[in-house]
Design a protein around this ligand. Structure first.
Ligand SMILES: NC(=O)c1ccc[n+]([C@@H]2O[C@H](COP(=O)([O-])OP(=O)(O)OC[C@H]3O[C@@H](n4cnc5c(N)ncnc54)[C@H](OP(=O)(O)O)[C@@H]3O)[C@@H](O)[C@H]2O)c1
Length: 334
């Protein structure tokens, strides 16, 4: 019999997530039934979308169940199998519990080839966040040489890839991030033309006027709120917004107003498009084929924050909502 360490949702947050929203439990897992596998987890991805799922808010994914383990993208190894589709030793990726081990029926899990890239990369630069960046840039922002693209949360898991892909398409790319080191990395390593520190800079409009003197042709929006308002006002005719997320609003208890002057959507013929990456899984192969070759040459760089130990996942997640991670946040479980 295997014991599993798991993190369950103990309380739904109102406002900021706090440590008492989580509870650590040790449970004895039941023997496998026919069709089941036992996965020993290696890495767990922590992502902003988990915050809305902690509430009862109706969204594109159901809320986490109270008293049950939270779930997330995870990479692990099959250590026992009663499912003909999986063998002991297979590496798999998919939605698993915040846990050391998960019993699973195998549905929705994808096998990974061992080697080539670090396992955690399948949760970041070759995984969901990077796929999100690729989709939003390629299918919505559609940057052209000479255009200006703005990326908020420029060094996050999604933003760092979005900025680099826009740059590879020939655009001038400007971003914002939450500290000077992040901004320096964005310019020095990721090739952004400029990046401002949104925690130090209070007049976002003035910062954008200085760094985007020709206006903004496409916005890859990760943050929402006041940063988005300032960007929206500076969109050029035929501007595009890939509305990916609004992390600055996820912990707000009151709805945030949209930007003023919405009629400019008509006047400037703007396209504002929200998207959810899981609607586009059919394009995952195209994404991997395009992005994987960019890695060995360093044409696409990526940063990760790796937290050691499942028990640290709650605190790491609280930190993610305050910008404490630098690049893709993953938890090393084993
Ligand atoms: N539509 C989709 O299918 C999809 C898929 C994946 C992700 N997303 C969304 O994409 C966005 C980025 O996700 P990610 O995976 O890149 O997250 P991430 O790696 O955790 O980065 C998020 C970053 O957002 C910044 N941030 C946090 N709170 C902020 C605030 N109040 N104001 C401004 N910036 C803040 C922080 O960086 P700084 O230090 O720079 O502030 C933080 O590191 C999120 O909104 C997420 O929900 C959407």
């Amino acid at each position: 019999m295997t014991d599993a360490l798991q993190i369950v949702l103990a309380r739904r947050p109102t406002g900021d997530v706090t440590a008492d929203c989580f509870r650590e439990e040790r449970v004895a897992l039941p023997p496998l039934a026919d069709g089941q596998i036992l996965v020993q987890q290696r890495f767990l991805s922590l992502d902003p979308y988990m915050r809305p799922r902690m509430t009862e808010m109706r969204s594109y994914t159901p809320p986490f169940a109270l008293g049950q383990p939270l779930t997330g993208g995870s990479v692990g190894e099959v250590v026992e199998s009663r499912n003909p589709g999986f063998a002991k030793g297979d590496l798999v990726i998919g939605m698993l519990n915040w846990a050391s081990h998960t019993v699973h029926d195998g549905k929705g899990l994808r096998k990974l080839a061992a080697g080539g890239v670090p396992l955690s990369a399948w949760l970041g630069v070759l995984g969901m966040p990077s796929f999100t960046a690729w989709y939003g840039i390629k299918h919505i922002c559609k940057p052209k040489a000479g255009e200006t693209v703005f990326v908020s949360a420029a060094t996050g898991a999604v933003g760092q890839v979005a900025g680099q892909l826009a740059k590879l398409a020939g655009a001038r790319v400007v971003g914002c991030a939450g500290d000077d080191d992040k901004c320096a990395w964005a310019v020095r390593e990721a090739g952004y033309d400029a990046c401002f520190n949104h925690r130090r800079e209070r007049d976002y409009g003035a910062a954008l006027d200085e760094l985007c003197p020709q206006g903004i042709d496409a916005d890859f929006e990760n943050v929402g709120g006041k940063i988005f308002h300032a960007v929206f006002e500076r969109l050029n005719n035929s501007g595009r917004v890939a509305f990916c997320g609004a992390i600055s609003e996820y912990q707000d208890t009151q709805p945030i107003a949209g930007p003023p002057k919405m009629f400019s959507i008509v006047q400037k013929r703007l396209t504002l498009q929200g998207f959810i990456v899981s609607d586009h899984v059919g394009l995952m192969g195209d994404f991997v084929n395009e992005v994987m070759p960019l890695l060995p040459s360093g044409k696409l760089k990526s940063r990760e924050t790796v937290v050691d130990g499942l028990a640290k996942a709650p605190q790491a997640f609280i930190g993610l909502l305050k910008g404490e991670n630098f690049g893709k946040l993953v938890v090393k479980i084993s």
